[in-house]
Write a protein that binds this ligand. Structure first.
Ligand code: DMJ
Length: 539
């Protein structure tokens, strides 16, 4: 409950839900993070709570110090995962009461988890003017950079891609672990480019070029608590200024550059080694999709790599990738102007670092298409947790180009596809992304909304009359009319991310005219839990 309160707070601000914002803020003041003698997950608490508190503090124009105090209280506890680590790679969990960090029950941390803390810790540092948080968290990227850019890695076919486990004891990646852009790998790649953009702005190398127009300010005000004046909102005082005095530009320049090159190499390597395509011919009698004629369609997907074996398996989590590629492209011009090596042409090469913008765009477009199809081909219009692209096993259900394991037929109200639809819409202004988003929204409304309040994850996105649909997947509370089993669980990311991205996706359609985004992507960086943090500089 406490998690949902904090995770939803900036959604309330953005949507103009004033009473909910006030109520949640009041409750948050009374939360005591050190009360419980139990381990909490460093990553989850950072992205959901630290990110949520910082973002709400910024979006309410630093008016509520209690939000920053709580963020600092959390940061001071969470930092123990770094300070108690012998390698600098944080432990996965911290007990805020006993002040002990540990990778509970395991010798390893998850790679995406240790590399998805840096936006939040950097923002906390800059906002509290205490570089400690940022120094520890950025050190993870520095260590990972050393590994991925080592001469050995340079000649590896998987150059730039990281296995999903890493040891906090030795600081080494577990080379036997699989490589995945889904669970446990995903947001490492996301934070490479986002932290690069954030730092580039924070130290004044990148500049936000646009200023708030009257129209922007007005639309922002719509989303703010009543008692804030127009001048108060969404203006970002130059609290980042101190940073340029305190920090060394040279080392930060290298840091920004290394993040960018690690990101570009990872995308290139992913494209060469993991991305494949299937062709599927629509079957008009059984596919419940909107199509004029029988059509052959191509679907791009990202394999997992287990040792040397490619697994044609894609988590819904991978659908964050188009959004990340789009974010990079939005900041492309700013970033390339920084590095003289990048200046020569549109297709840039420095040594072997290359930003092939048309490849990035194509990947983003094609993967968004596949992610939407994961919804489109399912009888409920909602995507399962994992899809496969080949299978001979009877334990899979075939829908369109997808094979789905019985055990993966659930939908947890995840945001990634909606996130990518919004980013792609921002990048291209193509209304198809709004249309797809609307269809998915209607499916969420139909199949996951609970009449008495809230939404629920569901146990299967298929029909329940599939033969052999065994009891494991027909557990939960049954809705007879819809043939849906509710899990009776709503993850906090549904309010924090899924609904927020829907809102942002449809926001500009007011009065049938295009308006600027409520949270423009050239002025904000969203953490992986959809909490927008301002980019420093000229705001
Ligand atoms: C969220 O907590 C974050 O988006 C995270 O990066 C991945 N998993 C969930 C949503 O699916």
């Amino acid at each position: 409950m406490g998690i949902s309160l904090i995770d939803s707070l900036d959604t309330f601000i953005i949507m103009g839900l004033y009473d909910e914002f006030e109520g949640a803020k009041y409750e948050i003041q009374n939360l005591n993070f050190t009360e419980n003698n139990r381990y909490i997950n460093l990553f989850e608490i950072t992205i959901r709570l630290l990110g949520g508190l910082l973002s709400s503090y910024h979006l309410s124009n630093h008016r509520y110090n209690s939000l920053l105090d709580k963020a600092k209280e959390l940061g001071d506890g969470l930092i123990l995962a770094f300070t108690q680590s012998p390698s600098g790679i944080p432990f996965s969990d911290v007990n805020l009461k006993t002040k002990v960090a540990s990778s509970v029950g395991s010798l390893e941390s998850t790679t995406s988890e240790v590399a998805t803390l840096q936006l939040e810790f950097a923002d906390l540092s800059r906002t509290t003017q205490n570089l400690l948080y940022m120094n520890y968290s950025d050190n993870v990227f520095r260590l990972l950079h050393k590994i991925v850019s080592s001469p050995r890695s340079k000649f590896s076919p998987i150059r730039g891609l990281v296995p999903i486990f890493i040891s906090p004891y030795t600081g080494f990646l577990n080379e036997g672990a699989k490589i995945s852009l889904g669970a446990r790998g995903d947001s490492y790649y996301e934070y490479l480019i986002k932290r690069c953009v954030q730092e580039c702005h924070a130290i004044g190398l990148c500049k936000v070029s646009r200023f708030l127009s009257k129209k922007d300010t007005k639309s922002h005000v719509l989303g703010m608590p009543r008692n804030l004046s127009e001048q108060d909102v969404f203006r970002n005082p130059s609290f980042y200024d101190f940073a340029s005095k305190e920090e060394s530009h040279t080392s930060n320049y290298d840091f920004v550059f290394n993040l960018l090159s690690d990101y570009l190499i990872a995308v290139e390597s992913m494209h060469k080694n993991l991305v494949k395509k299937v062709t599927y011919t629509l079957d008009k009698s059984s596919d419940n999709v909107i199509a004029n004629d029988a059509e052959a369609r191509e679907y791009l997907y990202v394999n997992e790599l287990e040792g040397t074996r490619l697994e044609p398996k894609m988590d819904h989590l991978v659908c964050f990738l188009p959004a990340t590629l789009a974010y990079g492209l939005i900041h492309y011009t700013q970033l390339i102007s920084l590095f003289p090596q990048f200046n020569n042409s549109l297709n840039l090469t420095i040594g072997d670092v290359y930003w092939n913008t048309s490849l990035h765009l194509e990947l983003a477009i094609e993967l968004t298409n596949t992610c939407y199809a994961m919804y489109e081909f399912m009888p409920t219009g909602l995507a399962p947790e994992i899809v496969h692209f080949e299978s001979a096993s009877p334990n899979f259900i075939k829908r369109g180009p997808f094979y789905v394991k019985y055990s993966d037929t659930h939908n947890l109200l995840r945001p990634e596809t909606i996130e990518s639809l919004w980013y792609m819409y921002e990048l291209t202004q193509n209304p198809i992304y709004q249309e797809w988003g609307w269809r998915i929204f209607l499916s969420f409304e139909k199949y996951t909304k609970i009449p008495s309040g809230g939404y629920s994850s569901i146990n299967n996105v298929m029909d329940t009359d599939i033969p052999d649909f065994n009891s494991q997947f027909t557990s939960g509370r049954f809705n007879e009319r819809l043939h849906i089993y509710y899990k009776d669980k709503m993850e906090s990311f549904f309010m924090s991310e899924t609904l927020k991205y829907f809102y942002l996706l449809f926001h500009d359609d007011q009065n049938g005219t295009l308006s600027e985004s409520l949270i423009p992507l050239d002025r904000y960086v969203f953490n992986t839990e959809a909490h927008p943090l301002p980019l420093g500089g000229s705001l």
